[in-house]
Design a protein around this ligand. Structure first.
Ligand code: 1HE
Length: 265
């Protein structure tokens, strides 16, 4: 599909598109990319429009030295929100992050510096996380007298397990480097996270969009189902994806011995 999506102008995000890959850059470096209410609204608008836009992968990255310092604590403090106000704010975060995780387009997060609190909630909504030597992960909610509200209880617990997440929240424990990879906070540790994320995005963007749609939405949905229902849903999705014209072409190439083999380099 051709690029049909008119990219809106955003104040807190810088979006550019090249070769059907969108680079979405958090753009409040002077505030360490703290996530205010406006940033969430802009993420919703963006990820609402991306599916079926012709965009085949997204690199989610950040301006400045830090990916994101999480919830905009100053805005939260100044607005003196009621419980109902903040519940609504959290529901907007969920709207944005669910659109990312379930939208069917691969989102690769290029991480650096602080990936903390709500910043980790945002990063964990991506499909692949790439770190560099400066990247560190934390959930300082306990120390701030807060609780996660942007999906960490679901996504971070899913990545690292509930015991590690509780430790991070109770004690402010910080993970970085190889240890962060080993416990599942990120999948790659490289010198240049943005370059690696773009490399991965380019690889993923070559897959037929319907395959990527299933990979980047069906797996997350199936995790929410009973094993019995997930196996049914998997069969239905595979019925559609594995008989698509694009897969016939790729299988024909393999049958003709022109398709790539699966072998380590
Ligand atoms: C912010 C924020 C923020 C920076 N909200 N404004 N998140 C946190 O507990 C992390 C809080 N931030 C930090 O610990 C540090 O800022 C960093 C380690 C990330 C970076 O330190 P540094 O020395 O580079 O920057 P700085 O001097 O602390 O901050 C620079 C500016 O960014 C400053 O603003 P300025 O107007 O005084 O220049 C800071 O106020 C601003 N800034 N972080 C607002 N988070 C859905 S619930 C989710 C709950 C959570 O996310 S809890 C985790 C919150």
């Amino acid at each position: 599909m051709a690029n049909t999506f008119e990219m809106p102008e955003f104040s807190n995000l810088q979006v550019s598109v090249e070769d059907s890959i969108a680079t979405v850059r958090l753009n409040r470096p002077e505030k360490r990319n703290a996530i205010d209410a406006e940033t969430v609204e802009q993420l919703i608008r963006l990820f609402n429009g991306l599916p079926r836009s012709g965009i085949r992968a997204v690199v989610l990255c950040a301006a400045g030295a830090h990916f994101s310092a999480g919830l905009d604590l100053v805005e939260h403090h100044r607005q003196d929100r009621s419980a109902a106000d903040f519940m609504f704010i959290c529901m907007r975060w969920h709207e944005a992050f669910n659109k990312m995780e379930y939208g069917g387009i691969p989102v690769i997060a290029a991480l650096k510096g602080a990936v903390v609190g709500g910043g980790l909630e945002l990063a964990s909504s991506a499909h692949i996380r790439v770190s560099d030597a400066t990247t560190y992960f934390a959930l300082p909610e306990g120390q701030r007298g807060l609780f996660t509200g942007g999906g960490a209880t679901i996504r971070v617990a899913d990545l690292v397990g509930k015991a590690r997440m509780i430790d991070m929240m109770l004690t402010g424990r910080i993970y970085k480097g190889r240890e962060a990879v080993d416990i599942g906070l990120c999948q790659y540790l490289v010198e240049d996270s943005e370059a690696k994320a773009m490399e991965l995005a380019r690889i993923a963007a070559k897959n037929p969009p319907l395959s990527n749609f299933a990979i980047c939405s069906a797996i997350a949905h199936m995790q929410n189902m009973s094993a019995f229902d997930a196996s049914y849903a998997e069969a239905v999705v595979a019925g559609i994806v594995n008989t698509q014209p694009a897969s016939r072409t790729l299988l024909q190439a393999f049958a003709n011995k022109t398709g790539a083999k699966v072998k380590p380099a």
